[in-house]
Design a protein around this ligand. Structure first.
Ligand SMILES: *Cc1c(COP(=O)(O)O)cnc(C)c1O
Length: 443
């Protein structure tokens, strides 16, 4: 299935078929499951989503960084079709199958670090994070876990306890899990001017040493570029300094690359942007299987092997169709071109966004790496977060056929996670829509 790579609106947004479906949905779907855009999608290809009324949207979010390789990538579709007709389930821990092993073979080649690595696969990002907590505790014999301000790690009981934002992720769902400690993050835009990565790391380390004690910590979890928190890129030296402290104190360093990994930032993993940073474990999910549910943990063999047999697993984790899709994605990444494309997309985005920043003082900062870029909005001439501008811009983009995502602790960030299959022309078209929205706001 292919769809012309063109934005095209044929009804008001949402169209009549979406409105009818939304009515049905309100009757039977839990209110706890929200929706950013009440438009029902029917099919997609490349960087275009087509709704049930025939409207075509440019996808600037990839379903939150999932279809990195593009919607209905032909080789992913073929791999899944082939696998689904052959073998859909045994449960890997009952009787194994090859593609599960193959995903591990490829991914262990590309995670940072020259040490021997092993992997294990699950369904969701949160499940990967939980399993990383399990193996880190088992490997160290310690209980305490450190996370960072503005972090996001998932929606299960343990991971919602690891998130910075109690609301909306934890409110009313407690008691939350204990033994989780939130340390200050390096946030160059909002930290004291001139604060280096080493200084920001020292601030976090001092806090953890005083509050918890290094000898009590099993693991430090950090997103090398924070996702939901607003694409916060820590100052250079922050990750490396933390990593050195972890290694000196027997603490497992876990990079949560669920959003930033798999070619998103112009490297296989965002961790690679920081020289000398070698996380012990990496969690992966979103972009790894072209839209099929697959997550995993990859890292030091001795940590991954610390669990007794039967300690890790789950009925559907690394199911045959999901790992077949994973192989199709990872093989294409290995064949090359994708990292370069991610960097080119980053160039186009930053060039255009920095030009807009010069024009509109509500754009406080443009930041990111490769095809993971964001703008943080402020009230003109201040550092005050401007969530209203984001709300209005997101609405403007939706009304004009561009699916765009917000982010940020203060809801004042617009993030760009386009599929790497997007053309320059579509990317510029989406940015033209955003620019028109900014002009409208300024009037
Ligand atoms: C999305 C995300 C998760 C949770 O993944 P799910 O598949 O939604 O459970 C965890 N960590 C990060 C960094 C994420 O972006």
């Amino acid at each position: 299935m292919t769809i012309e790579q063109k934005r095209n609106l044929v009804t008001a947004i949402p169209g009549p078929n979406s409105i009818a479906l939304q009515k049905r949905r309100m009757e039977v779907i839990s209110a706890g499951v929200g929706t950013a855009l009440p438009v029902f999608m029917d099919e997609a290809h490349g960087a275009i989503l087509r709704d049930v009324d025939g409207n075509q949207f440019i996808d600037m979010g990839s379903g939150i960084g999932v279809v990195t390789i593009g919607h209905t990538n032909q080789r992913v579709v073929e791999a899944v079709q082939h696998q689904v007709a052959k073998l859909t389930h045994t449960l890997f821990t009952v009787a194994p199958y090859e593609p599960y092993v193959k995903v591990a073979e490829i991914i262990t080649r590309h995670t940072p670090g020259t040490f021997k690595k092993k992997a294990a696969f699950f369904n969701s990002g949160a499940e990967a994070v939980e399993n990383a907590v399990k193996v880190a505790r088992k490997a160290t014999g310690r209980t305490e876990i450190a996370v960072f301000d503005h972090a996001y790690h998932g929606r299960t009981n343990l991971t919602m306890s690891m998130n910075f934002k109690m609301h909306p992720y934890g409110t009313g769902f407690g008691p939350l899990a204990g033994s989780v400690h939130h340390a200050p993050m390096s946030y160059p835009f909002r930290d004291p001017e001139g604060m280096t990565g080493e200084e920001a790391a020292a601030r976090a380390i001092t806090y953890l040493e005083k509050r918890v004690g290094a000898s009590q910590l099993a693991a430090v979890f950090i997103e090398p570029i924070q996702g939901e928190g607003g694409f916060i890129v820590p100052a250079k030296g922050f990750l490396r300094t933390l990593d050195q402290w972890c290694k000196a104190n027997g603490i497992v360093m876990v990079a949560d690359e669920v959003q930033s990994g798999i070619a998103r930032t112009g490297k296989w993993f965002a961790s690679e942007w920081e020289e000398g940073y070698e996380p012990d474990l990496i969690t992966v999910a979103k972009g790894i299987a072209g839209g099929l549910p697959l997550s995993g943990i990859v890292g030091r063999a001795e940590i991954m092997d610390a669990s007794h047999a039967g300690g890790l697993g789950g009925t559907f984790g690394g199911s045959p169709t999901a790992v077949a899709a994973g192989v199709a994605v990872l093989e294409q990444l290995e064949e090359g071109g994708w990292l370069e494309r991610s960097l080119e997309i980053g160039e186009i985005l930053t060039t255009r966004l920095i030009a807009l920043q010069a024009q509109y003082p509500i754009i406080g900062e443009v930041r990111g790496k490769g095809a993971m870029q964001a703008i943080e909005f402020v009230e003109a001439g201040t550092m005050k977060p401007n969530s209203q501008a984001v709300e209005e811009l997101v609405r403007h983009c939706h009304q004009n056929g561009v699916v765009i995502l917000n982010a940020g602790t203060y809801n004042n960030v617009i993030r760009f996670l386009p599929p790497l299959a997007i053309s320059d022309e579509l990317l510029h078209d989406a940015l033209d829509v955003l620019a028109a929205g900014l002009e409208k706001l300024a009037q």
